[in-house]
Design a protein around this ligand. Structure first.
Ligand code: 6PG
Length: 235
């Protein structure tokens, strides 16, 4: 029997969904947004691939979608560390109709130049669905614990060094940009994330745990997690 429960964590706008069906659920909510059209912000890392494949299978027409990335590693787009490559292999190449626009963060450029390009492209953009992963250190996008990039408020995107592997420079949307999304979804799985989930969504809101800062957003933070990653959060 699959364990599925949802809870509104007290005193915060976190909707925690704990289910072993998290891949299907996240894939389906991505597909739902693709059918509706609008802007979808993708994440990188190892978690989202299966959900992307699910989304491509259930909603293969992305003709009304504008695709963004919340962050990118400063590598070429064909580098195995590229967040763009994760989406290309698990989503974009599987679609019957491609997105109307793809704002690839050009990781092959100098970090500041790639950040400036993203900052300019985001001017006036509305972000409908923001998909984020969660680092074991509590980072989201490439906003790492205690990093100066957390304090950038006069730009929509910025760049800086990695705070976790892979140790390459990063380009990232800034916190105000993340908080502006109309829907915020964090997809996390595995026992290795249990401490980060507990701190980010059950502990104090702190720059030391960047994901916790999502809780000041005007919209709920939806967390889709397996039981292992949610094992240490109270309630
Ligand atoms: C990145 C990602 C990052 C990712 C988390 C979780 O560039 O590293 O955008 O924010 O979502 O690090 O990564 P995993 O899914 O690989 O655990």
């Amino acid at each position: 029997m699959r364990v599925t429960y949802a809870s509104q964590i007290a005193a915060s706008n976190v909707d925690l969904h704990v289910t072993e069906d998290h891949v299907e659920k996240v894939g389906d909510l991505i597909a739902e947004q693709a059918r509706a059209g609008g802007s979808i912000v993708l994440t990188g890392g190892t978690t989202p691939g299966p959900a992307y494949r699910r989304a491509a299978a259930t909603a293969p027409d992305w003709g009304r979608v504008t695709v963004w990335w919340g962050d990118e590693r400063c590598v070429r787009p064909d580098d195995e560390r590229s967040n763009y490559l994760v989406a290309k292999q698990n989503l974009l190449d599987l679609l019957e109709r491609p997105p109307r626009a793809v704002h690839r963060i050009r990781g092959e450029l100098q970090p500041a130049d790639a950040a400036g390009e993203l900052d300019h492209a985001l001017d006036g953009a509305e972000l409908d669905l923001l998909l984020l992963g969660l680092g074991s250190d509590g980072h989201v996008a490439s906003l790492f614990p205690g990093s100066p990039q957390l304090d950038v408020e006069n730009h929509r995107a910025t760049s800086g060094p990695a705070g976790l592997e892979p140790w390459v420079d990063r380009v990232t949307m800034t916190l105000p940009t993340l908080l502006s999304a109309h829907r915020i979804v964090v997809h996390v799985a595995g026992a290795g994330k249990a401490d980060a989930v507990a701190k980010a969504f059950g502990g104090e809101i702190s720059r030391d745990v960047p994901a916790s800062l999502l809780r000041v957003a005007p919209v709920p933070v939806e967390v889709w997690s397996d039981a292992a990653a949610a094992a240490k959060i109270d309630g």
